[in-house]
Write a protein that binds this ligand. Structure first.
Ligand SMILES: Cc1ncc(COP(=O)(O)O)c(C=O)c1O
Length: 468
C-alpha cells in the first residue's frame, strides 16, 4: 500500500498511526484515513476541512436532540460540580439515579418494576441476558437458558450480545455466537415473503418458524427471545402486520420471556414513546440507551417487570448479593443528562414533532425514490427509514458484492453533504435527529437524490446492472 497522502503531523496521520477504529476495514484505513468531525449544530456536523453535512442517522441512530443542545450541557456541568461520581453498589445511591429510574418506570410501555443502569446498549443486553439466566436459576429451571435472536437482528458486540446479534460481520472470525444462542427468521416481508403470500400469512410463517425452533430445542431449555421493534442495523426491517401478536402467542405458550431491545426505537423514534407501543409488544424486559441521553453521555438501562425482579431478588438474597454491576451503573452526570433529555422530550412535545416530520419524511422518501429503477423498497415508520437498492426491480436481484454499491452510495452521499449508514444488502438507513424539520428533511433528500443520480450513472457506465 502507498503511504497516506497526509502531512506527517496531521490529525489524519496521527489517527492512522494510533486509533483502532470500530466497524472499519483496518487495513484500508491505513491508506484512506478518517473523516474527522470537528463540530456540530442542530442536525449538522462539520469536518476538519469545513465541509458541512446533514447527519442523516444522528451519529449512530442516537443524537436525538442534535449536536448543540445547551440544556444538556448545563445539566452535565451542574451535576459535575455537585457530585461528579458516585456508584450504586452495596445499596449506595444518589438523586440522579433515583430520579431517572422513577422517570423510566413512569414512562414504560407496560408495568415495569425496577431499572438497572449500564453504559451502552451492549452492556445492557449482556446484563439482561445474565438476569434471564439468574431468574431461571431462581425458579429452579437451570436447563431453561437458551436464547433466541433473529437473523439480521442487532443487539451489540460484547460476547453475549454479539451472540444474540444475527449479522455475519459480528460473528465471522470472532468465534461467536457462543453455544446456546439461536436465530430465527427475519421478519422481512419484502425480502422473504413468497410470491402470493400476504403480509399476514408471512407473519404467521415467522411465528411458525419460531415455534418450530422452540420445539426442536425443547421448550424447557428456551429462556427468552430478543427483538428490536424495528430492526435497525439489519436494514430498518419494519415487522409485518400482526407479527408481534403472533410471536408473543408462541412465547407465552412455552413460557419464554420477551426482551424488547429499544436501543434505537425508544424515545419516540417510531412515532410513539416506545417501539413496543407502535407494534403492540408487551416485553418482560426492556433495554434502552442512545436517545436516553441523546447520546451526550453514555448511559443505558434495563427495565424488568415484577415477576423477573422477584426472581432476581429471591436469588440474590439466597446468595447474599446480586453479583452484577458496573462502576458507572447510573453514573450521576450521565443520569443527570438523561433526566434533562427526558424532560426536553416532554416539554417540547417531541413526539408530536416526530409524528408530523416523520410522516413527511416517509411520504417524501416514497414520492421521490420508490419508482426509481434501482430502488426495490422504501420502508420505515416515524423518523427511521431505509431505501433498499436492487440490481433488478422485478426479480429483486441483488448487486454483486464486489461492486461495493453500499460503500459507493455512502461516499457519494457524503460528497453531497449527507452522512448516511449503508448496511449489507444495499440498504441505506435514515434515522436523523428527532429535531429535524420538514425543510431539513427536504434538503437531505435533495442531496441524497443527487447522489443516487450519480450512482445510477456509475452503475450504467460500468454495466453493473441494466438500468433503464
Ligand atoms: C438495537 C440495538 N441494540 C444494541 C445496540 C448496541 O449498543 P452499543 O453500541 O451502545 O453497545 C445497538 C447499537 O446500535 C442497537 O442498535
Amino acid at each position: 500500500m502507498s503511504p497516506p497522502p497526509f502531512g506527517a503531523n496531521s490529525a489524519a496521520a496521527r489517527d492512522i498511526a494510533n486509533v483502532l477504529h470500530p466497524y472499519t476495514d483496518l487495513k484500508m484505513h491505513q491508506e484512506v484515513g478518517p473523516v474527522i468531525i470537528t463540530r456540530g449544530k442542530g442536525v449538522h456536523v462539520w469536518d476538519d476541512a469545513g465541509k458541512e453535512y446533514i447527519e442523516g442517522v444522528a451519529g449512530l441512530w442516537c443524537a436525538a436532540l442534535g449536536f448543540d443542545n445547551e440544556r444538556l450541557v448545563q445539566a452535565a456541568v451542574t451535576q459535575m460540580r455537585k457530585l461528579p461520581f458516585y456508584h450504586a453498589f452495596s445499596a449506595k445511591s444518589h438523586e440522579p439515579c433515583i430520579d431517572l429510574a422513577e422517570m423510566l418506570i413512569q414512562r414504560a410501555p407496560v408495568p415495569m418494576s425496577k431499572v438497572f443502569f449500564a453504559n451502552s446498549g451492549s452492556e445492557a443486553n449482556d446484563s439482561a441476558i445474565k438476569m434471564v439466566w439468574y431468574f431461571n436459576n431462581a425458579l429452579g429451571r437451570p436447563a431453561k437458558k437458551k436464547l433466541i435472536g433473529r437473523n439480521r437482528g442487532y443487539h451489540g458486540i460484547t460476547l453475549a450480545a454479539a451472540s444474540l446479534t444475527g449479522l455475519a460481520a459480528n460473528h465471522r472470525a470472532f468465534d461467536v455466537p457462543l453455544p446456546g444462542f439461536f436465530h430465527t427468521m427475519t421478519p422481512n416481508y419484502y425480502g422473504l415473503g413468497e410470491p402470493g403470500e400476504s403480509e399476514e400469512a408471512f407473519a404467521t410463517r415467522c411465528a411458525d418458524e419460531l415455534e418450530k425452533l422452540i420445539l426442536a430445542e425443547g421448550p424447557d431449555t428456551v429462556a427468552a427471545m430478543w427483538a428490536e421493534p424495528v430492526m435497525g442495523a439489519g436494514g430498518v426491517i419494519v415487522p409485518p402486520r400482526g407479527y408481534f401478536q403472533k410471536i408473543q402467542a408462541v412465547l407465552r405458550k412455552y413460557d419464554v420471556l420477551l426482551v424488547a431491545d429499544e436501543v434505537i426505537c425508544g424515545f419516540w423514534r417510531t412515532g410513539n414513546y416506545w417501539g413496543s407501543q407502535t407494534f403492540g409488544i408487551e416485553p418482560d424486559i426492556l433495554v434502552c440507551a442512545k436517545a436516553l441521553s441523546s447520546s451526550y453521555l453514555p448511559i443505558s438501562a434495563v427495565m424488568v417487570n415484577d415477576r423477573v425482579f422477584q426472581g432476581l431478588a429471591t436469588q440474590s438474597h439466597e446468595i447474599g448479593t446480586f453479583g452484577h454491576g458496573f462502576t458507572y451503573s447510573g453514573h450521576p452526570v450521565a443520569a443527570a443528562v438523561a433526566i434533562e433529555t427526558l424532560k426536553i422530550y416532554d416539554e417540547t412535545d417531541i413526539g408530536g414533532h416526530v409524528r408530523q416530520v416523520g410522516a413527511h419524511m416517509q411520504k417524501e422518501l416514497r414520492r421521490r425514490f420508490a419508482d426509481h429503477p434501482l430502488v426495490g423498497e422504501v420502508r420505515g415508520v416515524g423518523l427511521i427509514a431505509a431505501i433498499e437498492l436492487v440490481a433488478d426491480k422485478a426479480s429483486k436481484a441483488k448487486f454483486p458484492l464486489e461492486a461495493g454499491i453500499s460503500a459507493r452510495w455512502t461516499k457519494l452521499n457524503e460528497a453531497h453533504g449527507v452522512i448516511t449508514r449503508a448496511v449489507a444488502g444495499e440498504m441505506l438507513c435514515f434515522s436523523p435527529p428527532l429535531i429535524i424539520t420538514e425543510a431539513e428533511v427536504d434538503e437531505m433528500l435533495d442531496r441524497i437524490g443527487r447522489a443516487l443520480d450519480e450512482l445510477t450513472v456509475q452503475i450504467r457506465r460500468e454495466r453493473i446492472a441494466p438500468v433503464a
